[in-house]
Design a binder for this molecule. Sequence first.
Ligand code: IPE
Ligand code: IPE
Ligand code: MG
Length: 265
Amino acid sequence: MDTQTLDIINRLSTAQLPRHIAIIMDGNGRWARMRSLPRSAGHYEGVASVRKATELCSDIGVGYLTLYAFSTENWNRPQQEVDTLMTLIGMAIERETPDLIKNNVRLRLIGDIDRMPDDPRSRLLRCRQATAHCTGLTLSLCLSYSSRWEIVRAARLLATECAGVDTDLTQISETDIESRLTTTGIPDPDLLIRTGGEKRLSNFLLWQAAYAELYFCDTLWPDFGKEELAEAIADFQKRERRFGKTSEQVSHHPDKDISQSDSRH
Ligand code: IPE
Ligand code: IPE
Ligand code: MG
C-alpha cells in the first residue's frame, strides 16, 4: 500500500464505509478540450483514474465498485470516438488483468456486452474468467449499459417466464424484478458519485440507486484521484441515511435502545 493510501485510511473516519460505490465517470472530453487535445486523450487519461479508484477501494475494503464506462446512448457518438473507446477499453483491461489478480479484484461485466466489437469483448471476457476466483473487491464495468435497457430486459424475462404458466401475477415482487437485473447479487449502491459537474443520472442504476447517497463534484474524471474519492467517502460518512424513517428511529443511541426495549413491556 502506498503512503498516500495509508494517509487517506488514517484520515477517514472509522464510521461505516460504503459497501458499494458506483461512479458516473464524466468529463474526459472537457479535460482534453481544456488542453487542446483530442477527446481520446481524455479517455486515455481516464483509465489512470479507474486504476486509482479500484486500488483505493480494494485497499480500504469497499466490497463493490461499479463504474459507468459506456452507456447505451454513447453508441450515438461519432463512430471514430466509439471505435477509440472500444479499443482503449480492450487494451486497458488486458494490461490491468495481472494487477487485478494480484489485488484479488474480480471483474464483473454489466450491460449489453454482445453489442461490443469482438476484440474488446473477448479481452473483457478473458479478464472476467481470469479473475473469477478473486474474493476481494468486485469491480463491475458497465458497458453498453443503461438502466432502462436493463429494466425492459427484466420485464421481458419475467413476462416470458410467466407466459403460458399458471402464475399468480399479484405475487410478483421487487425481488422478482431485482433478480432479473444485470446487477443481481450485488447490494444496492450506498454512494453514487458523478464527476464532471453535471447533476443527472444519465440512465445509470435507476432502480438500484433508490436510496443511494448522491455526490456530485466538478472535478473532471481524469483529475479524480484517491484524494477526491476519499473526500466523497468522508462526505458520505457525515450523512444520515433514514430510508423513510425518522431521525430518531435510525440514530443509534444506547440510551434510546434501552428506552425502546422498555416501552415494549
Ligand atoms: C465520460 O466522459 C466518458 C464516457 C461517457 C465514455 P465524456 O466523454 O462524456 O466527457 P465530457 O462529458 O464530454 O467532458
Ligand atoms: C454518462 O456520461 C455515461 C458515462 C459516464 C459512461 P455522458 O457524458 O454520456 O452523459 P450525458 O450525455 O452528459 O448525460
Ligand atoms: Mg459526458
